[in-house]
Design a protein around this ligand. Structure first.
Ligand code: KG4
Ligand code: ZN
Length: 357
């Protein structure tokens, strides 16, 4: 079946058309078209997202992105009803004003085209972003049981998946998400937005110039040795804030020092994420370790997982384009819910900004 999907939970206006076939265990997917409009430049000015501004941008971008996704799929607007079988849209979690824009657009389309609509969980979309490839067909050969680390701007969670229809939350951050921590560290040092991209680029350059470099600032690795599967990143953010304030006072804060802080912060964040994920994987005798969400685009995180896993588990990570917010993953989540028998109604489907899995 062909699914048109719409994602506007945060600051990206995205749509995709995806062909999905099979059951969850032998699922196959093919990306037909994928369009996205990012608001990064707009929010870079404030160093973070202003929800009402984001919603206004979605309003401007929805029709152009709709035209683009149809153009890329070579579908004429008047034939859309014949070409697609289902509309999937993000219903939450996310910024309420942003979610409302995409949901209303999707409901109007579904109503006029007389197509079924499914409102999906953005987090489920991230987990299933591993079920689609950018340039090739995907066939599900991922081995279970599996541990999935979901690391995005708003979430840091660990899931256990024993069978595809049962996704169990095992632990999550008690305060800030790891992506938020990257973003705030970047904001403290005025590096740019979204912070993770800037911090990781600077950290990589530092690492390349300073091989075998040791930690100097002793940044904390919160909850690394706790017995549960939870995380905490707000203490690390505060430690970086106090460190930068102290170094500025002592007139020791400069470009080189800020590069080192990026390197050290990325090391501690990735150490904690890898350690806790592998602890859960060992505890449940997992066969596969999977990562997803914007922070899973981080190269250091990917190589640290590969290095620490050795041959013990299979390692699955999304195409980098599918790590950050996109609509293709929403189509897969829509198909997942469709297979489970979920149906929504245009008249009653609502956003839920705090939706959980
Ligand atoms: O999944 P996502 O695109 O949006 C949410 O659902 O939140 O994740 C965005 C987060 C931001 O915090 C951003 O700084 C982070 O992902 N991010 C990265 C990288 N690319 C994006 N963090 C670390 N390294 C990266 N390369
Ligand atoms: Zn996301």
């Amino acid at each position: 079946m062909k699914i048109l999907s719409i994602e506007t939970s945060c600051d990206d206006t995205a749509m995709a058309i995806v062909e999905c076939n099979g059951t969850l265990n032998n699922l196959s997917t093919k990306l037909i078209s994928n369009a996205i409009s990012s608001q990064t430049k707009l929010h870079a000015k404030s160093g973070g997202i202003i929800p009402n501004l984001a919603a206004r941008e979605h309003e401007k971008n929805l029709i152009p992105i709709f035209n683009e996704v149809l153009r890329l799929a070579k579908i004429k607007k008047q034939n859309l009803g014949k070409e697609i079988d289902l509309i999937a849209v993000t219903k939450g979690p996310g910024l309420q004003p942003s979610l409302l824009m995409g949901l209303n657009f999707a409901k109007t389309l579904a109503y006029i085209l007389n197509k079924p609509i499914i409102g999906v969980n953005h987090l489920l979309g991230h987990i299933l972003s591993n079920f689609i490839k950018n340039n090739e067909e995907f066939k599900n050969e991922i081995k279970l049981p599996l541990v999935c680390l979901l690391v995005s701007g708003g979430h840091t969670q660990l899931y256990k998946i024993n069978s595809w229809d049962k996704i169990e939350l095992m632990g999550e951050t008690l305060d800030d998400a790891s992506g938020e921590c990257f973003d705030k560290i970047a904001k403290i040092m005025k590096l740019g937005y979204p912070g993770g991209v800037f911090v990781s680029k600077i950290a990589e350059q530092f690492r390349n110039k300073n091989k075998n470099c040791k930690q100097e600032f002793n940044l904390p690795k919160p909850l690394i040795n706790s017995k549960d599967y939870n995380f905490s990143f707000s203490g690390l953010k505060t430690a970086v804030l106090y460190l930068v304030q102290r170094l500025k006072k002592e007139k020791k804060f400069n470009k080189k020092v800020s590069e080192r802080i990026c390197f050290e912060a990325e090391e501690v964040i990735t150490d904690v994420l890898v350690h806790k994920t592998l602890k859960l994987a060992k505890d449940i005798n997992a066969k596969t370790v999977m990562i997803s969400g914007g922070v899973s685009a981080n190269q250091r995180l990917r190589s640290k997982f590969l290095e620490k896993i050795g041959g013990e588990f299979d390692f699955v990570c999304p195409d980098k384009l599918m790590s950050t917010d996109n609509a293709a993953m929403i189509a897969i989540a829509g198909y997942y819910e469709y297979l489970k028998g979920k149906k929504d109604d245009c008249l009653t489907l609502e956003v839920d900004a705090n939706l959980q899995i």
